[in-house]
Design a protein around this ligand. Structure first.
Ligand SMILES: [Zn+2]
Length: 324
């Protein structure tokens, strides 16, 4: 019995020693990469993102163990992200960049050219919806990395809370490589976030299960993942990017869809001009309301974080579609 205990103690000690060695190596790797341009000689882990959902996950999972920089100004349209030379330097000096390739071309280019120490591209582990099917109800599928064309997929993965769970888990995994000594904290933080995301997912499932209508019309076709998860049908006036100007033919089509489906509300978002949505709504005598793709968070947002804005999206959808 004593022999067995000693064996366990010895192997436990060996494991601790090995983990310590890995931690030292990883720390050495991090600080050398961070101090390459002399901008950050301390050992703080820098996480860089270009859209709010990744900022939210990074700060929730990292807690006090990292600083998170969002390169997108609050309230800006994430599809219009432009990076200054200083921001490209921040990508270069980052210990970790979390992004969805295909959402922002300047981000994709900066990562390719600057090769930050660690990158987490959510497109590499989530099931993506084809861009052309953004308004349809086709099944999403896993990408083939060898034939991956970022522009061919709908990048708005975070609007399905179950995708957020996977991003949180992957973030915890990569942060644990960077700071193995804090792996338990990252796992605990991700678990806590994921239980709140699971609650949100159940609220959406039950809140949208008994509705008079399933079709919703929105300016920016960002809600394909949400629609697919909760059995709704999204009709986008513009395309996957909110500033695409819809043709008169498309507007006429949308008006017909609204009439055929008894649609009550035309949705728009706070970060982009509501003009097109308002014109269609007033032509048909319908209401307008906010459905937020949560690419950015600003004082205009209906909530202080991802979970709150998603709850307000649920309220808007329930009201518009006559859900019980
Ligand atoms: Zn978008």
């Amino acid at each position: 019995m004593i022999m067995i205990v000693m064996f366990f103690l010895r192997s436990f000690r060996a494991t601790v020693a090995a983990l310590g060695a890995i931690a030292l190596l990883a720390t050495a790797g991090c600080s050398s990469s961070a101090s390459q341009d002399g901008s950050d000689a301390d050992s703080t882990t820098n996480i860089v993102v270009g859209a709010y959902p990744f900022e939210y996950i990074a700060s929730q999972v990292a807690g006090d163990h990292a600083t998170v920089t969002n390169l997108l100004a609050p309230g800006a349209d994430s599809h219009d992200l432009e990076l200054s030379p200083r921001q490209i330097g921040q990508v270069s000096a980052a210990d970790l960049v979390i992004y969805q390739s295909g959402l922002q071309a300047p981000m994709d280019q900066a990562i390719e050219q600057q090769t930050p120490t660690h990158v987490l591209d959510t497109a590499t582990f989530l099931k993506l919806r084809p861009a052309t099917a953004a308004a349809d109800d086709q099944d999403s599928h896993q990408i083939d990395p060898d034939r991956y064309d970022p522009g061919a997929y709908d990048p708005h993965v975070w609007l399905d809370p179950t995708n957020m769970v996977e991003i949180a888990n992957q973030t915890a995994a990569v942060l644990s490589q960077i700071q193995p000594e804090n792996a338990d904290d990252f796992a605990a933080n991700a678990a806590q976030l994921n239980s709140r995301l699971a609650d949100l997912d159940s609220q959406f499932t039950s809140g949208l299960s008994n509705c008079a209508r399933t079709t919703f019309i929105t300016n920016h076709a960002a809600f394909g993942y949400l629609a697919s998860r909760y059995g709704l049908e999204q009709v986008g006036i513009s395309g996957l990017s909110p500033d695409e100007e819809p043709s008169p033919a498309r507007i006429a089509q949308v008006q017909q869809i609204a009439k055929d489906n008894g649609v009550t509300t035309i949705f728009y978002e706070t970060a982009v001009s509501p003009k097109v949505a308002q014109t269609i709504a007033s032509d048909l005598g319908l209401s307008t309301d906010v459905l937020d793709p949560i690419e950015t968070l600003s004082p205009e947002s209906r909530g202080n974080d991802y979970l709150e804005v998603m709850s307000s999206n649920l309220d808007s959808l329930q009201k518009a579609n006559g859900c019980e």
